[in-house]
Design a protein around this ligand. Structure first.
Ligand code: AMP
Length: 543
């Protein structure tokens, strides 16, 4: 017997329709490339999205066509999120921090028809425009007055605001199968070419419900959300969708991602919730500390993308009364898989105990199932002791990559994340490493993240990466690569002494090298593969 409820497809456009109808007065505030602070309501944004949907149709964009963006977090990017997906085309968010060759490769692979860009990226557009195979229109996301004087250098350049001007907002979002592709993101591809992950309307809406839940990212109409995480990094972790679902105020930082610009926007717009990778928070906290500032409205921040150092959890908690929600996920997972929110028993813990729980990557949100397995694929127990390869499954997890790239990625219906993790009896997962970053010493595994977290707790350390260095007896031993805070003094011996009592003695790194900077990838993660290349021949003391 079938249920007898309405068959309404889960479509991305329904999120905007809801925001317009039920939270029409709520604001979307953007610091723009033009230098101003722009304000619009959900009602205005929805009308502009409909006009943009018509404009894209007029440009010849058809159902299923890919429309790319190269843009910061801002209202026009948000309008495109809905205009493109809502009209049945596919939004492809390109990462502007990639090398132009990679951008050309990805745009060609995706067969992008239109590419919309912020003016910051005009030099990049000039570098790639003659090389891409499928892009017919280049849309500068600005008004006529800010169009580049040399716009004619790229044939087919259009002005976003002109396109809008030419349309009215009489447009009804089409209805179609909820399994239709909605958006496309490419993995960072540290090895080999990046692969496309093609989300559907259904997977996106389900993911939006899941991240909005109270024990997840807890998105509410009373929140003011500033996503620092870029809209080109897995759809800003889903916040542009969740904000519409909840009717929350949104604040977009545009290109102003330095500590000072962010802090000023947090305060001026009374931001309550934010989200970003640890490297961004480091810059913000450094600014706040150096100037003796406090957050007057911020209550929570989601930190993920790479492990949040416990020292950062404490700084936010003890000094700023900001609750860190440590979250884990992947491009292949839309991206959220786990969030570190407490169970009732954790409230009885002292501060020390609570921070220990928060340092883990958290528990699965409804919809994501996870398990850890040994090298033969046999499931390992949840006890917090054994670590194994982490596998996941769920309705917003990739089944296969775009165009079948790389073959079938699944193992018996589970997606292998490439992460190595432990899961405790409460279901809290803790990443110990990327499988390719694990240090194998004398047949035993040493988790590099634990060592980095300890190093980062040292007051003189700005950033630390732990990599495997070759060792004649043990195969591999940990080498710590450290970037000091500006003006700080620290010796190898002092830092190694700092590990005493904090970790099994044999886990202590064999050596420390100090560097000016640790290379970061396009989404703010440390590029350990580059460090491994750089220190391939590093001679460990006593080796
Ligand atoms: P991406 O697809 O670029 O977002 O990268 C996903 C990978 O980032 C995961 O497989 C993890 O290795 C890493 N990652 C994401 N969040 C965390 C976290 N909270 N702690 C440790 N690693 C993380």
């Amino acid at each position: 017997m079938l249920g007898q409820m309405m068959q309404q497809p889960l479509l991305i456009s329904s999120l905007l329709v809801h925001a317009e109808r039920h939270h029409g007065e709520q604001e979307v505030v953007s610091r723009r490339v033009e230098g101003d602070i722009h304000r619009e309501t959900y009602r205005e944004m929805a009308a502009r999205s409909r006009r943009m949907a018509k404009a894209l149709g007029a440009l010849g964009v058809k159902f299923g066509d890919r429309v790319a963006t190269l843009a910061w977090n801002g209202h026009r990017h948000m309008e495109l999120y809905y205009a493109v997906s809502g009209s049945g085309a596919v939004l492809h968010t390109l990462n502007p921090r990639l090398h132009p060759d990679q951008i050309v490769y990805i745009a060609d692979h995706a067969e992008d028809q239109v590419l919309c860009f912020d003016m910051t990226f005009w030099p990049l557009i000039q570098a790639v425009a003659g090389r891409t195979k499928t892009v017919k229109h280049w849309v500068a996301m600005t008004a006529r007055a800010h169009m580049p004087a040399d716009a004619a250098k790229v044939p087919g350049v259009l002005c976003y605001e002109d396109l809008l001007e030419a349309q009215d907002d009489a447009f009804a979002w089409p209805s179609f199968d909820e399994n239709t592709a909605s958006s496309l993101c490419y993995t960072s591809g540290t090895t080999g070419n990046p692969k496309g992950v093609l989300y559907s309307h259904r997977s996106t809406v389900l993911h939006t419900f899941a991240i909005a839940l109270p024990d997840s990212l807890s998105v509410s109409a009373t929140d003011c959300i500033l996503p620092v995480v870029p809209m080109f990094h897995v759809n800003a972790w889903g916040l542009p969708y969740a904000a519409c679902m909840a009717g929350a105020k949104l604040v977009f930082p545009g290109p102003g991602l330095d500590g000072k610009s962010l802090y000023e926007l947090f305060e001026a717009e009374r931001v309550t919730v934010s989200a970003g990778v640890p490297t961004v928070w480091q810059a913000l906290l450094a600014h706040v500390e150096a100037n003796g500032l406090k957050f007057s409205t911020m209550r929570r921040t989601v930190i993920g993308g790479s492990a949040c150092p416990p020292a950062m959890l404490r700084k936010f908690g003890d000094e700023h009364d900001v609750r860190v929600l440590h979250a884990w996920g992947m491009t292949e997972m839309s991206p959220v898989g786990t969030v570190g929110t407490f169970k009732p028993k954790h409230h009885a813990l002292d501060a020390e105990g609570r921070y220990a729980v928060m340092a883990k990557q958290g528990r699965a949100v409804y919809g994501v199932d996870m398990k850890i397995v040994d090298e033969r694929g046999a499931e390992l127990p949840w006890g917090g002791e054994t670590s194994g390869d982490l596998l996941v499954r769920g309705p917003w997890i990739v089944q296969q990559y775009f165009k079948g790239e790389g073959g079938d990625p699944l193992q018996d219906g589970w997606f292998p994340t490439g992460d190595v993790a432990k899961i405790d009896t409460d279901g809290f997962m803790q990443i110990t490493d990327r499988s390719k970053d694990v240090i194998k010493s004398g047949g035993e595994w040493i988790g590099s993240i634990d060592l980095e977290n300890i190093a980062m707790a040292h007051p003189a350390v700005a950033m630390a990466a732990c990599i495997a260095a070759r060792h004649p007896k043990w195969d591999e031993r940990p080498l710590l690569v450290v970037m000091k805070k500006p003006g700080a003094t620290l010796t190898r011996e002092e830092l190694l002494g700092f590990f005493e009592g904090k970790i099994a003695k044999w886990w202590t790194p064999d050596d420390v090298v100090f560097v000016e900077a640790i290379p970061l990838g396009a989404t703010g993660k440390m590029q350990k593969n580059k460090l491994r290349d750089q220190f391939r021949d590093h001679l460990l003391p006593g080796a």
